[in-house]
Design a protein around this ligand. Structure first.
Ligand code: SF4
Ligand code: SF4
Ligand code: SF4
Length: 204
């Protein structure tokens, strides 16, 4: 930023000065509003609640709709449902097509929840869902050596790997002593195909 008085700046630099300042002021407001803009429940896909969520019926009965989890999430992945349905309005959900839980170090949403709708569990005990691979859509099925989902997964080789047959292999924690995919959706977010060759379904 120039250190000359603002009135001495040429018009072009003055515009940049004000644009930068305006951006700093407006960004927190924009992030706040984004979380509260109308956000309907995704249709035809599973609704993922934040980590540590109670079973859906209990979750709906317990959640205060305070948005505290959304406010603290460093990944800005938690959105609050808006719409006509009183039961779901204001509840938090995650759509990995838009932004995924990165399983942050602090597990911030669970710690911030004031109602107990999200309870603090260790990262390996998170059960948001389970990633499912669409073999025919994955570019590996036609010989491309894509490894984006494997490389991006916050749980690493504990949750997903390339199997001996060359396919993406998601590890189901129920079959591996409780260690495996937690359903965070990072793989879904980064998968480059349309539709996604990997997506998260609610944990069976
Ligand atoms: S665990 Fe962290 S990144 Fe994931 S939803 Fe909660 S606050 Fe966001
Ligand atoms: S959803 Fe994807 S990125 Fe997240 S733990 Fe499972 S395999 Fe890893
Ligand atoms: S990121 Fe998508 S296309 Fe790439 S290997 Fe994973 S599932 Fe296949």
């Amino acid at each position: 930023m120039p250190d000359r008085p603002i009135d001495d700046l040429p018009p072009h630099d003055r515009r940049r000065f004000f644009a930068a300042g305006f951006g700093r002021v407006i960004r927190p407001l924009a992030e706040y509003l984004e979380k509260r803009l109308p956000f309907p429940l995704p249709q035809g896909r599973d609704v993922l609640r934040p980590p540590g969520a109670l079973p859906e019926r209990e979750f709906l009965d317990t959640c205060y709709r305070s948005g505290a989890c959304a406010d603290v999430c460093p990944a800005k992945c938690i959105r609050l449902v808006q719409g006509d349905d009183e039961e779901t309005r204001g509840t938090p959900l995650i759509d990995p097509d838009l932004a995924a839980c990165v399983v942050c170090e602090e597990l911030a949403c669970m710690r911030a929840c004031p109602s107990g709708a999200l309870s603090l569990v260790g990262k390996h005990a998170i059960r948001m869902g389970l990633a499912i691979v669409r073999e025919q859509t994955c570019v590996r099925s036609r010989g491309d050596d894509c490894r984006i989902c494997v490389e991006r997964c916050p749980l690493g080789g504990d949750a997903i790997r390339i199997g001996d047959d060359g396919r993406v292999d998601v590890i189901d924690p129920a079959k591996h002593h409780g260690i495996g995919c937690v359903g965070c959706g990072v793989c879904q977010f980064y998968c480059p195909t349309t539709p996604k060759a990997i997506y998260v379904r609610l944990y069976p």
